[in-house]
Design a binder for this molecule. Structure first.
Ligand code: ADE
Length: 246
């Protein structure tokens, strides 16, 4: 997947692009991440990219010219069939969920548009944007962190990006339940022991204990998720047991 990022702050992506699992995916050429500085497309001699809002009010607005020219430049490097999907990171967008990330992970190319200040001239948004995405109901100073959140969330779903030991980890949210707690060595740390069942070698019992812990975590921390989770009759009886013991 090719990810093209239009931003006024390309330097914010440098560490992100080269670190951890995203960095490894770039190195393995499973993805490419390219940033484009919107300011560089300004035809103004001072490379001005923003201006005061018509109608007055606080803050500055990104002008349509540099934003549109940045889009035209990126599009010129793709054929009509390969045209990337354009996402504008904005608090007005569709809220990011694991389901949306799974859908977007199937695209071959994405352009992520990061706004700043009070926003982007609506004419550029109307002309180029396919979808607005929000990473949650709160307001940030710009779309750069949301673009990194979205990229991270999508990239780990691309086949080959996670190693086998990483991908076997059952995901919170993808199964509709929160994860069970994890433990590693030593078996006793500072007087606290690991739950005995995990040392038993009894895989069936371990699986049952983990499912119970997932249900317990979800019931205690995010009971709203239980309405949408896919639950077996055994899950339902475990839940009943848990509710009675709380
Ligand atoms: N830009 C500012 N706040 C944002 C949010 N919550 N999600 C996406 N983009 C944003």
């Amino acid at each position: 997947m090719k990810i093209e990022i239009l931003t006024l702050f390309p330097e914010m992506f440098e560490t992100f692009k080269s670190s951890s699992i995203v960095g490894r995916a770039v190195e393995k050429k499973l993805i490419s991440i390219q940033t484009h500085n919107i300011r560089g497309f300004s035809d103004n001699k001072h490379k001005q990219a923003d201006d005061y809002p018509y109608g007055g009010g606080a803050g500055m607005v990104l002008m349509p010219q540099p934003v549109s020219d940045a889009f035209r430049y990126v599009f010129s490097r793709y054929s009509e069939e390969q045209k990337p999907m354009v996402i504008y990171l904005s608090p007005q967008g569709k809220v990011l969920t694991q389901k949306l990330a799974r859908q977007l992970s199937k695209e071959t190319a994405l352009i992520l548009l990061c706004g700043h200040y009070e926003g982007i001239d609506q004419r550029a948004i109307d002309r180029f944007v396919d979808m607005e995405v929000s990473i949650g109901d709160y307001v940030l100073t710009g779309g750069e962190l949301p673009a990194m959140v979205l990229t991270d969330c999508i990239v780990r779903l691309i086949p080959g990006v996670l190693g086998s030991s990483e991908s076997i980890v059952e995901e919170s949210h993808s199964a509709g339940l929160l994860e069970y707690p994890q433990y590693t060595r030593p078996a006793v740390y500072d007087g606290d022991a690991v739950p005995e069942v995990l040392l038993s070698g009894n895989h069936k019992e371990i699986e049952k204990w983990r499912r119970m812990q997932s249900l317990k975590n979800t019931l205690q921390k995010r009971p709203d998720l239980l309405d949408k989770a896919v639950l077996t009759t055994e899950d339902l009886s475990m839940l009943k047991e848990l509710k009675n013991s709380l």
